[in-house]
Design a protein around this ligand. Sequence first.
Ligand SMILES: [Zn+2]
Length: 401
Amino acid sequence: MNASIMHKAFGISLQECLDMRCESNKIVLNIQTPSDKLCCPECGSHNVVRNGFTARRFVSVPIGCSKTFVEMKIQRVKCSDCGCIKNEDVDFAKGKRRHTTAFANMVIDLSRFATIQDIAWFLDVSWDMVRNIQMEFLQKEYGSPDLSNLRYISIDEFATHKGQVYKTIVVDLETGRIVFVGDGNGKASLEEFWNKLGDRKNDIKAVCTDLSSAYTGAVTANLPNASLVVDHFHVVKLMNERIDQLRRQLWHAEKDVNKRKVIKGTRWILLRNGNDIFDAKYKTRLDNVLNLNEPLMIAYYLKEDLREIWNQTNKDDAELVLNEWVRQAMDSKIQPLVKMAATLRAYKPYILAWYDYPISNGPTEGINNKIKVLKRQMYGFRNDEFFTLKLYALHDKRLRI
Ligand SMILES: [Zn+2]
């Protein structure tokens, strides 16, 4: 076979093809290093003599739809210059891999739009071989994420496919990349991250977290110079949880069956952003449930008011709005609202810090959706390292997730 075809199609440039044969529905290329190119792997001298061989077979890129192998007698050479006796170098495959580098590249290309299972089926190789090729690629590209130039980061958690097991992710808010994955969702989950950061801690200007005291505590302890911003989506989400809690309490306490019916099934309307409800039918339902129940009405309007904290033109005004909100919620003496007020008071500086650095976990929303898809794909798949590497590579278009 023409040397240029050998190089372009199979990634083999040093060896020549002695013959090509069919073995049932497979194609086998028999290749060999020509004598004049045989050299010592230690010193590069061509002054070598053959000293036995090992026959090896590599999975190659297919020819058409036929699975193709490259077969080669790897020569053991004795060097007359340096005296070593070693196997000749094979440059079209790595180490002890049973496939060529060209084949690995093809697997990575296919990974853009096909799953491991699809690729394994299409190329007629084992699932493990495809997984290992992807793993090697991921390790090389994403084994140690770049932590330099981190300025704005977010810290968030998600439950893994193993149920109540959590992982913590740190996202670079400027690039949208996951730069760290830690086990668990407590303070300890971030220890390794702080260690890896080292002096680069000083580059970080602001950090966005949810309302977890583990995260806020860890950030203030490890990044004393950075501003901590509590993610406002998480604050709104917590308020929604409180209002739903109240709705359920009221439903249980309500003895009148008809009134119970009005409360039931209003969760969605209560939690919707009030300005988004245009439909008269829903407006009426909302009014009915609110008129029926004073605590729910107070809670609902406080929920609507909460957003005003982030709608002010400056931090001082926002503080006034927040203080007023806390006062009203405390005065209501409605337990879930009092609890919410206590939370707002505790996190006040971090909520208002949004006016210094208007960052949120919003950009990580897309990441969370991709993680969901990844979790489904990796269901029942126990390789934690592979999962972590896939998280680091979430933004990489070269790999389908
Ligand atoms: Zn030598």
